[in-house]
Unconditional design. Structure first.
Ligand code: NAD
Length: 260
C-alpha cells in the first residue's frame, strides 16, 4: 500500500465537512476529522468515513476557535502521522442579529472560528506542504464571502475576510506546487441552516418544507439546495493536477445567488 496524502477537514462531523471528508476518503486520502458535536455524532461520522477508506481515520476534538488548542493539536497530529498536505478549513458557525444587538461574545466567537482558525491552520501546516512539495488549501467561505445579507455582520465579515486570506496565501505560494482557493456555497441543506429554516417556518406559520422553499426563493435562483456531495466533488477536483493553476479564486456554488 503506498503512503496516502493526509487530508484534514475541520468541522467534519456533520454537514458540508462530512460530505467533503467522505469524498476525499473515496478519492484515496487519509482523513483527519474534526468537530465538537456529541460523542454519538462523532462516532457516526468516524464509522461512516472509515467505511470509505482503507487507512485509519483520525479524529481531532479541537475547538477551532482556540489558537493554542489548534497549535497543540496540529503539532501532535503531524508528529504522529506526518504532514497534512490537503487542508480544508470548513468549521463554522452562524449568529443572526441586528448589529446594535449583536452580542460581543458572538462576534468574537464567529471571527475566531470562521476566519482566524484558517489563519492558524494555514500558518502551521504550510511549512509541511513546502517540504512535501505539494499542498492544497481549500477554505469553505460562503456566498456571504462575496455579498452581504442583513443581520449577519460577523458571518459576512468573517467570510469576506476568508476570501481575502485565500488570495493572500495564493500569492505567497504562487511559485510552489501549492494552491489556495475558497469555495462559496449558497444555501446547502445541513444542520447549520435547518435552524434558520425552522425559524422561518415558525415565523410564517408554514411547514418546514415551505420554510425551505421561501428561503431559496429569496436568494437562490435555482430553487434547489446545494448538496455536501457536490461540494465534496469540487474539493476533490481542486486536489488534482488539472487544478494546479487554479489558485486565489473564490468559486461560487450557489445556484445563481451571486450572479444577480
Ligand atoms: P454544520 O453545523 O452542519 O457543521 C459544522 C461543523 O463544524 C460540525 O462538524 C461541528 O462539530 C463543527 N464545529 C462547530 N464549532 C466548532 C468548533 N468550535 N471547533 C471545531 N469544529 C466546530 O454546518 P455546515 O452547514 O456543514 O457548515 C460548514 C461550513 O460551510 C461553515 O463554515 C459554513 O459557514 C459554511 N457554509 C454553509 C452553508 C449552508 O447553507 N449550510 C452555506 C455556505 C457556507
Amino acid at each position: 500500500m503506498t503512503t496516502p496524502r493526509v487530508a484534514l477537514v475541520t468541522g467534519s462531523t456533520s454537514g458540508i465537512g462530512l460530505g467533503i471528508a467522505r469524498a476525499l476518503a473515496e478519492a484515496g486520502y487519509r482523513i483527519v476529522l474534526n468537530g465538537v458535536g456529541s460523542a454519538e455524532s462523532i462516532d457516526d461520522a468516524r464509522t461512516d468515513v472509515q467505511s470509505r477508506s482503507p487507512y485509519p481515520v483520525e479524529f481531532l476534538g479541537t475547538d477551532m476557535s482556540q489558537p493554542s488548542a489548534i497549535e497543540q493539536a496540529l503539532q501532535g497530529l503531524t508528529a504522529e502521522i506526518g504532514p497534512v498536505t490537503v487542508l480544508v478549513n470548513n468549521a463554522g458557525a452562524q449568529h443572526v442579529s441586528p448589529i446594535t444587538e449583536f452580542p460581543v461574545e458572538a462576534w468574537d466567537r464567529l471571527i475566531a472560528l470562521n476566519l482566524s482558525a484558517a489563519f492558524h491552520t494555514t500558518r502551521l501546516l504550510l511549512p509541511g506542504m513546502v517540504t512535501e512539495q505539494f499542498g492544497r488549501i481549500i477554505n469553505i467561505a460562503s456566498a456571504h464571502g462575496l455579498v452581504a445579507s442583513k443581520d449577519k455582520s460577523a458571518y459576512v465579515a468573517a467570510k469576506h475576510g476568508l476570501v481575502g486570506l485565500t488570495k493572500t496565501v495564493a500569492l505567497e505560494t504562487a511559485q510552489l506546487p501549492i494552491t489556495c482557493n475558497a469555495i462559496c456555497p449558497g444555501w446547502t441543506d445541513t444542520p447549520l441552516i435547518s435552524a434558520q429554516i425552522r425559524a422561518r417556518a415558525d415565523a410564517l406559520g408554514v411547514s418546514v418544507a415551505e420554510g425551505g422553499r421561501q428561503l431559496l426563493m429569496e436568494k437562490q435562483p435555482s430553487l434547489e439546495f446545494v448538496t455536501p456531495e457536490q461540494l465534496g466533488a469540487l474539493v476533490c477536483f481542486l486536489c488534482t493536477d488539472a487544478a494546479s493553476q487554479l489558485t486565489g479564486t473564490a468559486i461560487p456554488v450557489d445556484g445563481g445567488w451571486t450572479a444577480q
